[in-house]
Design a protein around this ligand. Structure first.
Ligand SMILES: C[S@@+](CC[C@H](N)C(=O)[O-])C[C@H]1O[C@@H](n2cnc3c(N)ncnc32)[C@H](O)[C@@H]1O
Length: 200
């Protein structure tokens, strides 16, 4: 099997590095590795989502496709009385996300390996955040949007970052097919932030 950032078990030799970043107004250190998404530092699109996301301090949040953890860990800081569940299919990413939670002194998170939402079907969330795995294919991305509806509480919302050239128009159309209220919150360079809300 070829080795992609979305492999369950990356075979590529480890090449761990530490990157620093300021997110939600505080400094973070992230260990990254070969075989995970954006190993050279926080992805620009993820930053745009982190800057745009809004939720209550006590929100229950899910970061689907958490990678080494920048979105979920930033969300955990922004929701100090809440909890963030972070899931990814890539076990190297999952290990790094857990390690990065500890490295940054963040304890209001749970990190789990999960193919799509399999590990969290019994849970409900106020907010779902995703920088979706475009390279895994449109079917996977659209399932992330569609199946989020089941996991959101009434009035809950999914926040998505996606590049225009990587299918933002079709992502928006898919969100509109599933959710009553879909808005473009902001755009920055080619990136779009969409927020889709489940009926209250
Ligand atoms: C674009 S990356 C974003 C990573 C991270 N959130 C960030 O901002 O750096 C998408 C992530 O989705 C994960 N992914 C791909 N297919 C998946 C699946 N079927 N279930 C869960 N996660 C998946 C990939 O392993 C990857 O870490």
């Amino acid at each position: 099997m070829s080795d992609h950032y979305y492999s369950r078990t990356p075979q590529i030799e480890s090449d761990r590095k530490v990157h620093e970043a300021v997110l939600v107004g505080r400094p973070f250190r992230f260990v990254t590795d070969a075989g995970v998404f954006s190993k050279t530092g926080v992805d620009y699109g993820s930053r745009v989502l982190i800057d745009a996301m809004e939720f209550a301090a006590e929100a229950k949040i899910l970061d689907v496709g958490c990678g080494y953890g920048p979105i979920g860990l930033a969300a955990a800081v922004k929701a100090p009385a809440g909890h963030v569940t972070m899931i990814d299919v890539n076990e190297r990413a999952v290990q790094l996300a857990a390690e990065n939670a500890a490295l940054n002194g963040i304890s209001n998170v749970t990190v789990m390996q999960s193919d799509l939402y399999k590990a969290v079907t019994d849970k409900r969330f106020d907010v779902i955040l995703t920088n979706p795995p475009i390279r895994a294919g449109k079917e996977t991305v659209h399932r992330i949007f569609e199946e989020a509806d089941e996991l959101l509480v009434p009035g809950g919302a999914i926040w998505v970052v996606i590049q225009k050239k990587q299918g933002a128009p079709s992502a928006f159309a898919k969100l509109e097919a599933v959710y009553d209220s879909v808005r473009e919150i902001t755009k920055d360079k080619g990136y779009r932030i969409f927020r889709a809300e489940k009926e209250a």
